[in-house]
Design a protein around this ligand. Structure first.
Ligand SMILES: *Cc1c(COP(=O)(O)O)cnc(C)c1O
Length: 418
């Protein structure tokens, strides 16, 4: 468990400590969440939050930047090493803002963009109509096929028809391998930029367990708080110096003001952790766990979107498997202290607030030490709870088992074994 905190402001301290307990007592299966080390927390909670420094290292609009300049440069160097890229901007506040900056760097308002549809596993910022990406750009989407897989011939066909200026790959809820080389070929055929948003799969990519977009993509973006297990935020990468200059201008002054140096330092600390051999072992375990977790549902006849997962997440079609909506499934599981999120599935007939699916991920619980056996237990308990969700006595029993399991695997304070 993280240390309890005490503040003069008792009201907020109370809720932070309650949240700390909730995180400790719940089985966290939200695929985009993780537990950072206490070192990352400390950097994020440091005096760096006081510092202003609009601009970039060596070229700031403010004085007193000699220390934050070094921190930002170290963060950049570590990210370059991790992802094998030439240029990195470590300032983006979040993945969505980073994506907006990427759009601004490569496109003019109104230009055509092609991304995966939301119900196929894409992200809001990949062209959804109520996000900046759908409002300020002309957005088109490709979808997964009936088996829940990307069909590259089909994507090429759509790309030839639409002639987008940028194609986006990399997703929020796609459990299979993304073939960046095939996307490069498609982009070359239609003369489009390739933008790889690897927010979810950056951990496996660092560990060499998923192909890297570095040789293929014009721009790469990742959030830092998912499988990468860092603080909240994002980074943008490229191997092209001209594009890098545009990205720097789009991040600041395009979309952002002063960099959050406490977050940049916390990113750097998580990059340090990701450079250690323990990180690769973690990523291997996370994928092994996910496959076993997913296979347990498949063995029970539960409908898994796209089949057996190849990364850290997968989606269940709870509507066809259990006759309940994604919203209901989320609520039932939250009663037994399992946290998941509802998720649209391909061709979902329910709206995005209800959905027919849930998304499950193994990043967080693998950080707490879960191995295959624990994920088999959890899959069995989830299946039982969703099958017999009206049986309150059963749910109470399951909740007790969940509590035991959560207690046996406390949140770790460090991931470096020395
Ligand atoms: C999580 C995610 C984002 C957005 O990140 P935020 O920090 O929540 O804005 C962008 N793209 C993809 C593919 C994601 O999964």
């Amino acid at each position: 468990m993280y240390k309890k905190i005490s503040l003069d402001d008792k009201e907020i301290a109370q809720y932070i400590n309650l949240e700390n307990e909730r995180q400790e007592n719940n089985i966290e299966l939200i695929a985009s969440e993780n537990y950072v080390s206490e070192d990352v927390l400390r950097a994020a909670g440091s005096c760096l939050t006081n510092k202003y420094g609009e601009g970039y290292p060596g070229k700031r609009y403010y004085g007193g930047c000699e220390n934050v300049d070094e921190i930002e440069k170290i963060a950049q160097e570590r990210a370059k090493k991790l992802f094998n890229v030439n240029f990195v901007n470590v300032q983006p506040y979040s993945g969505s803002v980073a994506n907006a900056a990427v759009y601004m760097s490569l496109l003019n308002p109104g230009d055509k963009v092609l991304g995966l549809s939301l119900d196929s596993g894409g992200h809001l910022s990949h062209g959804y109509r109520i996000s900046f990406s759908g409002l300020f750009y002309e957005s088109f989407s490709y979808s997964v096929d009936e088996s829940g897989l990307l069909n590259y011939d089909e994507i090429l066909k759509i790309a030839k028809e639409i002639k987008p200026k940028m194609i986006i790959c990399g997703y929020s809820a796609y459990s299979q391998i993304v073939h960046f080389d095939k996307f490069r070929k498609i982009c070359d055929e239609v003369n489009a930029y390739l933008f790889a948003d690897i927010s979810h799969i950056s951990g496996p990519i660092i560990a060499g367990l998923h192909p890297s977009p570095s040789p293929y993509a014009d721009v790469i973006m990742t959030t830092t708080h998912k499988t990468l297990r860092g603080t909240r935020g994002a980074i943008i990468m490229t191997n092209n110096e001209e594009i890098y200059k545009k990205i720097n201008r789009s991040v600041f002054p395009g979309y952002q003001g002063g960099p959050l140096f406490h977050q940049i330092a916390a990113k750097a600390v998580s990059f340090y952790e990701a450079l250690q051999p323990e990180f690769k072992q973690y990523q291997e375990q996370l994928i092994t766990n996910c496959k076993v977790f997913c296979q347990t549902f498949i063995n029970k006849g539960v409908k898994v979107i796209s089949g057996l997962t190849k990364n850290h997440l997968f989606m269940l079609d709870v509507k066809s498997s259990y006759g309940i909506t994604g919203k209901e499934a989320t609520e039932i599981l939250s009663k037994i202290n399992i946290t998941v999120n509802k998720n649209s599935i391909p061709n979902d007939t329910e709206n995005p607030m209800i959905t027919s699916g849930i998304r499950l991920g193994t990043a967080a619980m693998t950080s707490r030490g879960f191995k295959e056996d624990e994920f088999i237990i959890i899959a069995n308990l989830i299946d039982k709870a969703l099958r017999e969700s009206k049986n309150e006595a059963l749910l109470i029993m399951i909740k007790k088992e969940i509590a035991k399991l959560a207690n046996a695997f406390p949140i770790k304070r460090t991931y470096i074994n020395r």
